[in-house]
Design a protein around this ligand. Sequence first.
Ligand code: TRP
Length: 339
Amino acid sequence: MKTELHREPDIILTGIRTSGLLHLGHYAGAIANWVALQDYHKQFVMLANVQALTDYFERPELVRESVFQVGVDLLAVGLDPQKTTIFIQSLIPEIAELTVYYLNLVTVSRLQRNPTVKAEIQQKKFDTSIPAGFFMYPVSQAADITIFKARYVPVGEDQLPMIEQTNEIVRAFNRIYRTDVLREVEAIVPRIAARLPGTDGKAKMSKSLGNAVYLSDSADVIVQKVMSMYTDPNHLRVSDPGKVEGNTVFTYLDAFDPEKETVLALKEQYQRGGLGDVALKKRLIEVIEAILGPVRARRQEYENNPDFVWKTLREGSEKARAVAIETIEQVRTVMHLIF
Ligand code: TRP
């Protein structure tokens, strides 16, 4: 006898700012989650090109190219468009409409206190000339999430203040308009992604720091990036004992090498002395290549077939838009905007 399940699958919404490419930091944390989640949940992955324009409004061609390249990355790592709805943010104008309504519910001082916005304002050296579009992007992010009535949002740790602000908006909206059309959301934070440093061993991987290994990097570029990776600056001769903590090569081996015992043996040898950085790095190159080689081959197929990629993104956007339209009609109804 079959058991009928009446529960709807949970809706998951992921957003990726399309101003770059996916890198190993994404691979360590987020990508495995996305690929696993698509089998059990109703997953939407949004290419956040409107949000990317808040940084790159002067480089719209760069944002468009990133939409394509990240689309290729996602297909190449195994997101199945039959299961995961991959879509382009700007093709859902209802998100922009919802953002305008939400702006009434948020104060300027609350936005100023948002730690993610604060950090980015400093990092980008906006000083006092902060573009308003950039300043209010947490509000548009709240619209991204809530228009799909997402239950979960996979994000990096740095994005947690966005989720908090989203839920404040949800509560304010539902209270003011005496409704329950919006739902609160929970963050899913992958553990490794928060920790995987860039090749310089410092901050997390980012385009601006030039310390990222991209899924689209060629085999040669991977060799070059790993060979220049930060290890232990005091490990000068092969025979010297070396440090494992804070050694980026070991951090990466911990994240990506499937043979945990081998990594353990390498660590012991390194700490004792007798294992050179070059030999160690060769191991990491093999490990990364084993992951990215097949991804690169699939990327190549999609890059050779741009019509298929764009068609997939357009179809995903149509599906996503149907959901957004349902929500915006409920929103307009409770806001007395039906004429
Ligand atoms: N702000 C996110 C980032 O920079 C991208 C993003 C946009 C997002 N909209 C979203 C993430 C909605 C989660 C949900 O990485």
